[in-house]
Design a protein around this ligand. Sequence first.
Ligand code: 0GY
Length: 302
Amino acid sequence: MSALQQEFTKTAGWIDWRPDPSKPAFTPPPGAVDAHCHVFGPGQVFPYAPERKYTPCDASKEQLFALRDFLGFSRNVIVQATCHGADNRALIDAIAHSKGKARGVATIKPSVTDKDLFMLDKAGVRAVRFNFVKRLVDTLPREPLMEIARRIKPLGWHIVIYFEAQELPELFDFFASLPTTVVVDHMGRPDVTKPVDGPEFSLFLKLMRDHENFWCKATCPERLSVEGPPEYDDVVPFARRVVEQFPDRVLWGADWPHPNMTTHAPDDGKLVDFIPKIARTADLQRRLLIDNPMRLYWPEEA
Ligand code: 0GY
């Protein structure tokens, strides 16, 4: 197989995103932000990173914006996925074509220059992502990450961290020492077969409770659920807990195009219908979908 063919061969077992989501029964309030989604390639225009651990199927900005409109959202926060490494061109291109309706979370290397940071900021990036999920990235040394944290702080950016619950005890002190606002992807990926009041999720809640600079995304029932679609009910107690305990520090996102799904292709309409189950009042929904993401990503309009 040639190098070019390899570039476009999707990882075995990977399920494509659904082109035909259902129309959600829940109507997001006007101005709602989908604060966790990705763009992939297209690989012919924005090649995937040589160091990637998986090759996705393409998921373009046009497809993302069409989904945004179909689901009833107004804005996107596009998060750099590991398959693009620290090459943020697809992300920047998507933001540039969003008519101000998208902002981004980039991945950067310690070698990034001040000029690069300035350009990323101008382009609409408002955060960096540190990924600690071992199947997705090689282990990241802490000191260079802390150096990146120090350098992005003056820009007013925050840090998005992605890790799995079993890694939190080891990472806790490092996370607590980060000097900016920190947003945790997918509630720190709890094992939802364990009790919501058990030691594992309690440690995550402690991180949120003791450190007011911590926020989290009440996202990804499709990844965390053991019961599976369409209800993902086993994830509800976890997501409801963070939404109700930290109503001003939670975000929601669809996670389209759902990288690395091997069990099922999530129906994005059903994922939107998860929102009223975890945010049970109009007030909680407004904070989750509008007030909080606007404060973080469009503070000049919030
Ligand atoms: C997600 C999930 C995943 C992948 C990435 O950057 C990535 O490659 O984020 C995952 O496989 O859990 O929701 O962003």
